[in-house]
Design a protein around this ligand. Structure first.
Ligand code: GLU
Length: 305
């Protein structure tokens, strides 16, 4: 099905409060949608209660609200979508595009990532061992045109890369849920951090296996901390300071290579967002995290003179 309308989304996993890197992603997704009068949706990817502090979702939604980023449709929670994921798994198993896998990581390592025949060719659920469900990738070179990075090629290696789509503990995995919901919500454009770039060719195959055309992708550079690591919960990225949303948005615009005037930090959130919509230039987004790091408020004002 061809998409006739731009529909984008911001889809955080609620493993902690929003940090600066996630605000940059949220803002980029919002601007890409707003500047073409498209829809912008928020989807909470709460698939793994063991990694999600119970307060994180409310914190994320509050931060988005304070920063003036409001979903055009009711917020979707993946924790309420299990029947849809289950249906997709049944379909993939029936079509031979997924298999029940009892292999441990150790066993796979010992066999260079290859599964024994009884694993990939198994016809029913083993009753003696817990199993994960894996998507059966095809050996293929995935190609697409990234809207920022240009032509992309990724080689997908069947078996070795086969992603888990339902874990042994029963949790549905990101790789499946993201495709099921992007399809169900009619998402035409995915804007996200380039830490997910490596997943794209696999996800293209999952979209097609579910009978859908993959969306268009735009991968923005991930924001690094002073030590050169990706800002993330694991690296103790500080939560956004919700008491200074205009300043945060201006900083996020700088990280996206835009050139907001310094006085915009004194404006209110809606003025900052209005400026951003008028002046948004996708071509100014840095291509790499290193380049993104070079764009700081001080070097920015330098280059403006
Ligand atoms: N939930 C994913 C994350 O927080 C993002 C999913 C996506 O944009 O494809 O990293």
């Amino acid at each position: 099905m061809e998409h006739t309308r731009y529909r984008g989304r911001f889809a955080p996993s609620p493993t902690g409060p929003l940090h600066f890197g996630s605000l940059v992603t949220a803002l980029a997704t919002w601007l890409e949608a707003r500047t073409v009068n498209g829809d912008w949706l928020v989807r909470i990817e709460d698939l793994d209660p063991l990694r999600e502090p119970p307060e994180a979702t409310d914190q994320i939604l509050h931060s988005l609200d304070v920063h003036g980023l409001h979903s055009d449709e009711p917020i979707r929670f993946q924790s309420r979508r299990h029947p849809a994921y289950q249906t997709a798994i049944v379909q993939l198993l029936e079509n031979g595009q997924a298999y029940r896998c009892t292999c441990s990581r150790k066993q796979l390592q010992a066999h260079n990532g290859r599964h024994p025949n009884e694993c990939t060719k198994r016809h029913s659920a083993p009753d003696d061992a817990p199993y994960a469900i894996r998507f059966a990738l095809m050996d293929q070179s995935g190609q697409w045109q990234d809207l920022l990075l240009g032509p992309q090629h990724q080689t997908v290696r069947a078996e070795l890369d086969d992603p888990v789509i339902q874990r042994k503990e029963g949790f549905f995995a990101y790789q499946l849920a993201v495709a099921v919901d992007d399809i169900d919500q009619g998402i035409s454009h995915v804007v996200r951090g380039s830490d997910l770039l490596d997943m794209t060719a696999q996800q293209q195959q999952i979209f097609r296996a579910l009978g859908a055309q993959p969306p268009l992708w735009l991968h923005i550079p991930v924001i690094l901390n002073a030590q050169g690591q990706k800002l993330s919960k694991q690296n103790h990225a500080p939560a956004l300071d919700d008491s200074q949303p205009a300043t945060n948005l201006v900083q996020a615009l700088l990280a996206l290579g835009q050139r907001p005037p310094a006085e915009l930090t004194q404006a209110d959130v809606n003025e900052v967002l209005a400026w951003a919509c008028t002046h948004w230039r996708r071509a100014a987004i840095p291509l790499t995290s290193r380049q993104a790091r070079g764009i700081t408020p001080s070097t920015q004002s330098h280059s403006d003179h």
